[in-house]
Design a protein around this ligand. Structure first.
Ligand SMILES: Nc1ncnc2c1ncn2[C@@H]1O[C@H](COP(=O)(O)OP(=O)(O)O)[C@@H](O)[C@H]1O
Ligand SMILES: O=C(OP(=O)(O)O)[C@H](O)COP(=O)(O)O
Length: 466
């Protein structure tokens, strides 16, 4: 059913409000209200079904290389093909508009053992219309056919909500309602989300469901949220690292859930925690270039407000008995190791003393925790792609195996942390490796995953109409 501009405005306001829109709902409340794939069992053959697909993948030369997200969709796609649905997949690749799904179409075709047709130029940002040729192409496709629309991020409409503020909702309601309605009118009125990692505010994930008659969650996403993600909500030990300082918000949200007892930090998270702990304990710590305002435009820069946030987190955490394990030495840009950073030093990895400390603290955790404890690992300890800065990450991966062998359930977030496990260990060293990084952090924090919020809203709307 078409969505009005007014309804779209409320929809956008709901999305932008995040948790505040539904403060009483937790992850499982969202999941409970979203229909699963089997709810579409009665959709007749020949029906076009729009699939928000996890196509942000870089397949290598062989099946199994770089295609983990594509493989995650196979059950859902085969379910639709067996029923004779015309599957229209759409999704993004990378952040840039010029990315192409060419290679992904080829690999999907191998995985599904059928042709996957890549459809270019399917949307016009100026006229805000789906290309009429696409409608014809779908009409002419055989039952069970698979079409893949080219990179959604090639179009401005997909990115309109990325930087939106609540005050923009009225202005954005017009183009976004047109987009959702065009997709429903010219492509499909049934929508399945099978893109676990697509946790950003892309219109394809968050807005298109508003105009759909029926929506459902794909098999893989449903099982990931119901199983491993739910286990991670009980995490006692968290390893947080990487370069993005905004992960501090995720860590804060995870701590506020109440189960975390021990935090291991490396990368930017470690820098901000070292600074905060130094100030709290009256032993000032220099974090080098990361706190030099001349570097404020760099990804490793840590602004003062992040230090304040970390101080609050540490002091409240300590009151609850949480132990923060932070590095005691760093590898800097010339490959040398320093216990104390000078103002011009930039850290690229944790040093050997830190690795030894982490090993000791992991052993302590394994010894003190009964079977069934949960650990969550995210990110990498340094710029591990460069051999000079890989030791911290490489040394820690076997600790995951020790935890697993010691009866701890170990979950690894996707992204770089997953790649490091592949590079320095084996998948079996962890209980489960997620195919997404950001979405998992989001789900473990306090904010709803945007696509779950959208699917729930669509399901509530459909139920109200029935
Ligand atoms: N000092 C550093 N510590 C951690 N990661 C770093 C550092 N310097 C550069 N990086 C790079 O940042 C990337 C990982 O950061 P981030 O994006 O936060 O992790 P993820 O992708 O797992 O969420 C890696 O490619 C890594 O090489
Ligand atoms: O690779 C992705 O996520 P991830 O790095 O959080 O696992 C997804 O495609 C989301 O990408 P985005 O962060 O550009 O929205």
């Amino acid at each position: 059913m078409p969505v009005t501009q007014k309804d779209m405005q409320s929809w956008i306001e709901m999305l932008l409000a995040g948790r505040e829109a539904n403060p009483d709902l937790d992850l499982n409340d969202y999941l409970a209200e979203i229909p699963k794939l089997d709810s579409l069992a009665d959709v007749p053959a020949g029906t076009p079904v729009l699939i928000r697909a996890d196509v942000d993948a870089k397949p290598g030369d062989k099946v199994g290389e770089g295609d983990i997200r594509l493989r995650s969709m196979v059950d859902t796609l085969n379910y639709g093909r067996e029923r004779g649905w015309k599957l229209v997949l759409f999704g993004h690749i990378g952040r840039k508009p010029e990315g192409s799904l060419d290679k992904v179409a080829g690999r999907l075709s191998e995985l599904l053992d059928t042709d996957v047709t890549l459809v270019k130029d399917w949307w016009n940002d100026e006229s805000r219309e789906v290309s009429p040729a696409v409608k014809e192409q779908i009409a002419e496709a055989d039952n069970g056919a698979v079409l893949l629309l080219e990179n959604t991020r090639a179009y401005d409409i997909e990115r309109l909500l990325w930087k939106a503020e609540p005050a923009d909702a009225a202005k954005l309601a017009e183009p976004l309602s047109q987009f959702a309605n065009e997709m429903a009118e010219k492509i499909a009125k049934v929508y399945v989300n099978e893109a676990l990692s697509a946790g950003s505010m892309d219109a394809s994930s968050t807005v298109v469901p508003a105009a759909m008659d029926r929506v459902a969650l794909g098999k893989y996403i449903a099982s990931e949220f119901e199983g491993p993600m739910n286990e991670c909500l009980k995490t006692q030990l968290v390893v947080f690292s990487g370069l993005k300082i905004d992960k501090l918000d995720d860590l804060e949200a995870m701590i506020s859930r109440g189960s975390i007892e021990r935090v291991f930090a490396a990368g930017s998270l470690a820098m901000v925690l070292r600074k905060a702990i130094g100030q709290l304990d009256g032993k000032p710590v220099c974090i080098g270039a990361a706190e030099d305002p001349a570097h404020s435009d760099k990804p490793y820069f840590i602004p003062d407000d992040r230090v304040e946030q970390a101080k609050k987190m540490v002091s409240e955490g300590r009151e609850k008995g949480i132990v923060f394990v932070v590095p005691v030495d760093s590898v800097i840009e010339d490959g040398s190791v320093k216990d104390v950073l000078q103002p011009s030093d930039q850290q690229f990895d944790i040093g050997p003393k830190s690795s030894a400390l982490f090993t000791e603290k992991v052993a302590e955790f394994v010894a003190n925790n009964p079977d069934g404890a949960v650990a969550f690992h995210n990110g990498v300890f340094g710029m591990f792609e460069d051999p000079r800065f890989e030791a911290g990450t490489k040394n820690f991966i076997p600790e995951l195996k020790k935890m697993t062998d010691g009866g701890v359930k170990v979950y690894v977030g996707g992204g770089e942390g997953g790649k490091a496990l592949e590079k320095y260990g084996e998948e079996s060293w962890a209980t489960h490796v997620f195919t997404a990084g950001g979405t998992v952090l989001n789900a473990l924090g306090n904010e709803p995953v945007p696509y779950l919020a959208a699917l729930r809203a669509a399901a509530v709307r459909t139920a109200a109409r029935a």
